[in-house]
Design a protein around this ligand. Structure first.
Ligand code: SAH
Length: 415
């Protein structure tokens, strides 16, 4: 989950960046797509594995997860993508100026203070990339200057695009240093003329010198201010700041596996711990008696409640709390839980949470993990407290990066 934060490091632009793109090209064979290559793979740092064959990547990830889970259970295998390109539904570009004050857009070079100009990326939604190029091309005629970190002048800092895979809806977020976009209506008109597929445009104001892309204040300048997308037959609302998995194809694979492992019959009380915007719990709600979602982030909880309403789910409740503290409270109130679905961030679960699970003694725990290391640590704890792992599967949510997701079915040992 956790590798899609809103944080960015402060970086500067070097004039030779445009010219040097070609030099670092890495080529990779992709089934059905021939040979593809990325000109900036080495400098961007987003895809640590861009030069590896996709089957080899899957093999390596499977090996990693198997090594960690070997003491506990069998790994069923890894589910990769048939088409591992252009999967990201959320695309971010930083804007700046070159030495001649011409607008540039792209990505921050890893660990340096430079913007690497990028017009297209092999793992990003292609329409989103095209919209970013259009925004950049429109800037001069509207006399909108990108923000220049050195001088402090300029208006446009970032553009964030979010796309709905099933709905086809597209949101453009323009991150500005001030709330006023000159010739706003004409700019919107010009952008829509090039991309009629855009369904909403939001201005976000971020005037602070911070590593966060988005600021607090927002103004919707076109459409509803959010998009919707579907996962496993349910609809979810995505606002500029909402957490939403970046690879929707594999998210569906992951959630479907989690549901298969949970094998709900309609009679269970289910906890969706670390529930984010409620996606897993809402998907589980059809097959459960009731679902209790717990999440620390207040905005995510608000989105989760809204998502429950959109889907007319009435057997789910969301609580804003630390998952460990909340579970301990449930234990002290004697609440009986049959299944715990847990999807913690990269640093895994807390001992308090695992302790509470052991006391609560649900028949099943379905652990969704984005970090095999912390999964291994938490497995050690649970298997020492009356639980055993039954089976596991790895899912490649982030092709061309070293990250891997896994789902483990853990059940209570009968006494
Ligand atoms: N299950 C969701 C989100 C998982 S990401 C999905 O698939 O979309 C992990 C979530 O855990 C984040 O939303 C984060 O805000 C939340 N989180 C982190 N620490 C937490 C804690 N101590 N207690 C509860 N939630 C926490």
């Amino acid at each position: 989950m956790g590798q899609d934060g809103n944080k960015r490091e402060k970086k500067k632009m070097l004039p030779e960046d445009v010219k040097t793109q070609k030099r670092t090209a890495a080529s990779i064979p992709i089934k059905g797509a021939g040979e593809v290559s990325c000109a900036v793979a080495k400098r961007c740092g987003g895809c640590q594995w861009m030069d590896r064959d996709y089957q080899e990547q899957l093999h390596e990830k499977e090996k990693q997860v198997r090594k960690i889970l070997t003491p506990y259970c069998r790994l069923e295998g890894i589910v990769g993508m048939d088409q591992p390109l252009y999967y990201r539904n959320k695309v971010h570009a930083v804007f700046g100026e070159d030495q001649k004050h011409r607008p540039v857009s792209g990505i921050y070079e890893e660990r340096t203070h430079r913007i690497v100009p990028v017009d297209s990326c092999l793992i990003e939604n292609q329409t989103a990339d095209a919209i970013i190029v259009s925004v950049r091309e429109l800037l001069p005629s509207f006399k909108i200057r990108p923000y220049n970190e050195d001088t402090g002048y300029g208006l446009l800092r970032h553009v964030l695009i979010r796309t709905g895979r099933i709905s086809g809806q597209i949101m453009v977020v323009l991150v500005l240093t001030s709330p006023i976009l000159p010739s706003k209506n004409n700019f919107v008109k010009a952008l829509l003329k090039r991309h009629p597929e855009i369904t909403t445009i939001v201005v976000n104001v971020n005037y602070r010198s911070t590593s966060m892309v988005l600021g607090e204040k927002e103004q919707v300048i076109y459409g509803k201010g959010y998009i919707e997308d579907m996962l496993c037959g349910k609809t979810f609302r995505i606002s500029p700041k909402s957490f939403y998995q970046v690879n929707p194809v594999q998210t569906e694979t992951l959630y479907t596996k989690a549901m298969e492992y949970a094998a709900l019959t309609g009679c269970e009380t289910v906890v969706d711990a670390y529930c984010g915007t409620g996606t897993i719990g809402i998907i589980a709600s059809d097959k459960a008696k009731q679902v209790i979602g717990v999440e620390l982030n207040a905005d995510a909880v608000r989105d989760a409640r809204c998502n429950a309403k959109i889907n007319q789910v009435r057997n789910i409740r969301f609580y804003q709390n630390d998952a460990g503290r909340f579970l301990l409270e449930m234990v002290s109130q004697g609440v009986k839980v049959d299944v715990v679905l847990m999807d913690p961030p990269r640093n895994g679960s807390s001992e308090e949470f695992l302790e509470a699970v052991a006391h609560m003694a649900p028949g099943k725990v379905v652990y969704i993990s984005c970090n095999p290391e912390t999964l291994g640590r938490d497995m050690k704890y649970l298997t020492g407290r009356g639980y055993k792992a039954e089976k596991a599967v790895a899912v490649d949510m982030f092709p061309f990066t070293g990250h891997v997701e896994s789902v483990v079915l853990i059940s209570k040992v009968e006494k």
